[in-house]
Design a protein around this ligand. Sequence first.
Ligand code: FES
Ligand code: FES
Length: 181
Amino acid sequence: MTHPITLTINGVAHPIEVEPRALLVHVLRDDLNLTGTHIGCDTSQCGACTVLIEGQSVKSCTVLAVQADGQAITTIEGLGSADRLHPLQAAFWEKHGLQCGFCTPGIIMMATDLLATNPDTTEAQIRHALEGNLCRCTGYQNIVAAIQAAAATMRATRQQARAAESPAAQSPVGQPAAAGV
Ligand code: FES
Ligand code: FES
Protein backbone atom coordinates (compact mmCIF):
# COMPACT_ATOMS: atom_id res chain seq x y z
CA MET A 1 0.00 0.00 0.00
CA THR A 2 1.37 3.42 -0.93
CA HIS A 3 0.81 6.85 0.54
CA PRO A 4 0.54 10.13 -1.43
CA ILE A 5 3.01 12.81 -0.36
CA THR A 6 4.52 15.93 -1.86
CA LEU A 7 8.22 16.64 -1.49
CA THR A 8 9.42 20.09 -2.50
CA ILE A 9 12.95 19.44 -3.67
CA ASN A 10 15.26 22.23 -4.81
CA GLY A 11 12.20 24.44 -5.20
CA VAL A 12 10.16 22.01 -7.29
CA ALA A 13 7.09 20.21 -5.90
CA HIS A 14 7.08 16.46 -6.50
CA PRO A 15 3.76 14.73 -5.78
CA ILE A 16 4.63 11.05 -5.37
CA GLU A 17 3.25 7.78 -4.01
CA VAL A 18 5.56 6.08 -1.52
CA GLU A 19 5.43 3.07 0.73
CA PRO A 20 5.15 4.13 4.38
CA ARG A 21 8.44 2.33 5.11
CA ALA A 22 10.38 4.04 2.27
CA LEU A 23 13.41 6.01 3.40
CA LEU A 24 13.84 9.52 2.06
CA VAL A 25 17.27 8.67 0.59
CA HIS A 26 15.78 5.82 -1.45
CA VAL A 27 12.94 7.99 -2.75
CA LEU A 28 15.40 10.73 -3.75
CA ARG A 29 17.70 8.33 -5.58
CA ASP A 30 15.41 5.62 -6.92
CA ASP A 31 12.15 7.45 -7.59
CA LEU A 32 13.37 10.97 -8.36
CA ASN A 33 16.77 10.13 -9.85
CA LEU A 34 18.59 12.59 -7.59
CA THR A 35 21.65 10.40 -7.29
CA GLY A 36 23.97 13.11 -5.98
CA THR A 37 22.76 12.05 -2.53
CA HIS A 38 24.82 8.96 -1.76
CA ILE A 39 24.31 5.88 0.39
CA GLY A 40 27.43 4.79 2.24
CA CYS A 41 26.08 2.75 5.12
CA ASP A 42 22.27 2.99 5.45
CA THR A 43 22.78 2.95 9.23
CA SER A 44 23.26 6.66 9.98
CA GLN A 45 27.04 6.41 10.38
CA CYS A 46 28.67 7.93 7.28
CA GLY A 47 26.77 11.12 6.40
CA ALA A 48 26.99 10.50 2.64
CA CYS A 49 23.20 10.85 2.44
CA THR A 50 23.03 14.30 4.08
CA VAL A 51 20.47 16.73 2.67
CA LEU A 52 18.82 19.87 4.02
CA ILE A 53 15.26 19.68 5.29
CA GLU A 54 13.89 23.17 5.91
CA GLY A 55 17.51 24.36 5.89
CA GLN A 56 18.71 21.88 8.51
CA SER A 57 21.20 19.17 7.60
CA VAL A 58 19.74 15.70 8.08
CA LYS A 59 20.93 12.21 7.20
CA SER A 60 18.26 11.17 4.72
CA CYS A 61 18.69 7.47 5.57
CA THR A 62 17.29 8.28 9.01
CA VAL A 63 14.07 9.87 7.72
CA LEU A 64 11.00 8.20 6.28
CA ALA A 65 9.82 9.88 3.11
CA VAL A 66 6.37 10.30 4.65
CA GLN A 67 7.96 12.30 7.48
CA ALA A 68 9.25 14.78 4.90
CA ASP A 69 5.80 15.28 3.37
CA GLY A 70 5.22 18.99 2.68
CA GLN A 71 8.75 19.99 3.64
CA ALA A 72 11.37 21.85 1.61
CA ILE A 73 14.35 19.67 0.82
CA THR A 74 17.64 20.75 -0.71
CA THR A 75 19.99 18.24 -2.28
CA ILE A 76 23.43 18.76 -3.76
CA GLU A 77 21.77 19.16 -7.18
CA GLY A 78 20.04 22.30 -5.89
CA LEU A 79 23.12 24.02 -4.50
CA GLY A 80 24.88 25.30 -7.60
CA SER A 81 25.31 24.55 -11.26
CA ALA A 82 28.29 23.62 -13.42
CA ASP A 83 28.74 27.20 -14.60
CA ARG A 84 27.81 28.81 -11.27
CA LEU A 85 29.24 26.79 -8.41
CA HIS A 86 28.18 27.43 -4.82
CA PRO A 87 31.14 28.88 -2.84
CA LEU A 88 31.50 25.56 -1.02
CA GLN A 89 31.64 23.64 -4.30
CA ALA A 90 34.19 26.09 -5.70
CA ALA A 91 36.29 25.88 -2.53
CA PHE A 92 36.30 22.06 -2.52
CA TRP A 93 37.56 22.21 -6.09
CA GLU A 94 40.19 24.87 -5.41
CA LYS A 95 41.45 23.37 -2.14
CA HIS A 96 41.39 19.75 -3.33
CA GLY A 97 38.83 18.90 -0.67
CA LEU A 98 37.98 15.60 -2.33
CA GLN A 99 39.59 12.56 -3.84
CA CYS A 100 37.05 9.88 -4.82
CA GLY A 101 34.24 12.35 -4.06
CA PHE A 102 31.86 9.82 -2.54
CA CYS A 103 31.56 11.70 0.76
CA THR A 104 31.60 15.15 -0.84
CA PRO A 105 27.89 15.87 -1.44
CA GLY A 106 27.03 14.95 2.13
CA ILE A 107 29.86 17.02 3.56
CA ILE A 108 28.96 20.02 1.44
CA MET A 109 25.32 19.83 2.54
CA MET A 110 26.39 19.59 6.20
CA ALA A 111 28.74 22.55 5.71
CA THR A 112 25.96 24.57 4.04
CA ASP A 113 23.93 24.31 7.23
CA LEU A 114 27.01 24.96 9.38
CA LEU A 115 27.92 28.19 7.57
CA ALA A 116 24.31 29.36 7.50
CA THR A 117 24.01 29.01 11.28
CA ASN A 118 27.59 29.98 12.13
CA PRO A 119 29.19 32.08 9.37
CA ASP A 120 32.30 32.74 11.49
CA THR A 121 32.83 29.13 12.38
CA THR A 122 36.23 28.16 13.78
CA GLU A 123 38.44 25.30 12.67
CA ALA A 124 37.56 23.42 15.87
CA GLN A 125 33.83 23.88 15.17
CA ILE A 126 34.28 22.64 11.60
CA ARG A 127 36.12 19.54 12.82
CA HIS A 128 33.41 18.93 15.42
CA ALA A 129 30.68 19.29 12.77
CA LEU A 130 32.50 16.79 10.56
CA GLU A 131 32.17 14.05 13.17
CA GLY A 132 29.02 12.79 11.46
CA ASN A 133 30.57 12.63 7.99
CA LEU A 134 33.13 9.97 7.18
CA CYS A 135 35.78 10.35 4.49
CA ARG A 136 38.07 7.42 3.78
CA CYS A 137 40.37 9.29 1.38
CA THR A 138 41.44 12.78 2.34
CA GLY A 139 42.47 12.81 5.99
CA TYR A 140 40.05 15.75 6.35
CA GLN A 141 42.71 18.51 6.26
CA ASN A 142 41.74 19.78 2.81
CA ILE A 143 38.05 19.44 3.63
CA VAL A 144 38.53 21.75 6.62
CA ALA A 145 40.56 24.15 4.46
CA ALA A 146 37.82 24.16 1.82
CA ILE A 147 35.10 24.96 4.34
CA GLN A 148 37.23 27.76 5.81
CA ALA A 149 37.86 29.16 2.31
CA ALA A 150 34.16 29.05 1.48
CA ALA A 151 33.33 30.82 4.75
CA ALA A 152 35.81 33.58 3.84
CA THR A 153 34.34 33.93 0.35
CA MET A 154 30.79 34.12 1.69
CA ARG A 155 31.85 36.72 4.31
CA ALA A 156 33.46 38.86 1.62
CA THR A 157 30.36 38.60 -0.56
CA ARG A 158 28.14 39.67 2.34
CA GLN A 159 30.43 42.62 3.12
CA GLN A 160 30.36 43.74 -0.51
CA ALA A 161 26.56 43.52 -0.55
CA ARG A 162 26.32 45.52 2.69
CA ALA A 163 28.72 48.16 1.34
CA ALA A 164 26.71 48.47 -1.84
CA GLU A 165 23.52 48.94 0.18
CA SER A 166 24.89 51.46 2.71
CA PRO A 167 23.99 55.14 2.07
CA ALA A 168 27.66 56.13 2.33
CA ALA A 169 28.42 54.02 -0.69
CA GLN A 170 25.80 55.80 -2.77
CA SER A 171 26.89 58.89 -4.68
CA PRO A 172 24.80 62.03 -4.01
CA VAL A 173 22.17 62.71 -6.64
CA GLY A 174 23.76 64.43 -9.61
CA GLN A 175 27.30 63.96 -8.25
CA PRO A 176 29.95 61.64 -9.68
CA ALA A 177 30.72 58.65 -7.39
CA ALA A 178 34.39 59.58 -7.14
CA ALA A 179 35.02 63.29 -6.63
CA GLY A 180 37.90 64.71 -8.62
CA VAL A 181 37.88 61.98 -11.23
S1 FES B 1 23.91 6.36 4.20
FE1 FES B 1 23.00 7.68 5.65
S2 FES B 1 24.51 7.97 7.15
FE2 FES B 1 25.42 6.54 5.77
S1 FES C 1 36.91 11.82 -0.92
FE1 FES C 1 36.71 9.64 -0.94
S2 FES C 1 35.45 9.22 0.78
FE2 FES C 1 35.88 11.33 0.95
